[in-house]
Design a protein around this ligand. Structure first.
Ligand code: GLP
Length: 241
């Protein structure tokens, strides 16, 4: 595990974007695993800037997203499909046929998840997986106590996650109760995992995840075992370690 300590959110975003940019430059047809949540937004902004400056070319890049709410149509502004288009895809020259998210509108969970695993396998796996960190240690939507060895699957979101994500919805009642997410096994197979963490509110869970025992109670803790895991976190998030 490599830890890159940054001054603040902007510094974190720039450094994380630089790592992704290096991946795109060294392997133009790389497979990027992408994440949602508020933390990576600045990283995406920096990537868009890199594209606008002429430094980055996304024309051959392929992407797979970590997760999607079950039952939210793509046009819903809170769907992760919408988020990715809004924050990255529509601003760069990525071929939309090369971008993938789980199909949240497929009601048959087994089918949706098997199809998504097949998509990831057909791409030859993920070169670089970007991750945020949930307040309970979740990655993607792999909630505490999930097994470590799952592929894409359907999860029931915890109350804590529903609470945390309700800020994006009109009320907690509107937050979907389920989501499709890549599993820990899928995430651990990525050649490189890059996590971005910012803010004092993440300090305790960052400490638990990366300076505590490896346990499914803190899903992100498994990343301690990944051979190429880079944590880019700001001083506030690293304040307890
Ligand atoms: C959601 C996403 C996760 C993300 C987490 C933290 O639950 N499924 O991928 O890491 O939120 O979000 P934030 O970065 O807004 O704290």
């Amino acid at each position: 595990m490599r830890i890159i300590k940054t001054k603040n959110y902007d510094d974190m975003s720039r450094k994380a974007a630089n790592i992704i940019a290096a991946q795109i430059i060294t392997k133009p047809d790389c497979v990027l695993g992408l994440a949602t949540g508020s933390t990576p937004i600045g990283t995406y902004k920096n990537l868009v800037e890199g594209y606008n400056n002429g430094d980055l070319d996304f024309s051959q890049v392929k992407s797979v997203n970590l997760d999607e709410y079950k039952g939210l149509p793509r046009e819903n502004e809170q769907s992760y499909f919408y988020f990715m288009h809004d924050n990255l895809f529509k601003h760069v020259n990525i071929d939309l046929n090369n971008t993938n998210l789980p199909d949240g509108m497929e009601p048959d969970s087994d089918k949706a998840c098997a199809e998504y695993d097949a998509v990831i396998a057909s791409m030859g796996g993920v070169d670089l997986q970007l991750l945020g960190l949930g307040h309970d240690g979740h990655i993607g939507f792999n909630e505490p106590n999930d097994e470590f060895d799952k592929e894409t699957h359907c999860v029931d979101l915890t109350e804590m996650t529903i609470e945390a994500n309700k800020r994006f919805f009109a009320s907690a009642d509107e937050v979907p109760r389920q989501a499709y997410t890549m599993g820990i096994a899928t995430i651990m197979r990525a050649k490189c995992v890059l996590m971005v963490v910012s803010g004092a509110d993440k300090a305790q869970i960052l400490k638990d995840a990366f300076f505590g025992p490896i346990t499914p109670k803190v899903p992100a803790s498994i990343l301690q075992l990944h051979p190429n895991f880079i944590l880019v976190a700001d001083e506030a998030a690293l304040s307890l370690v």
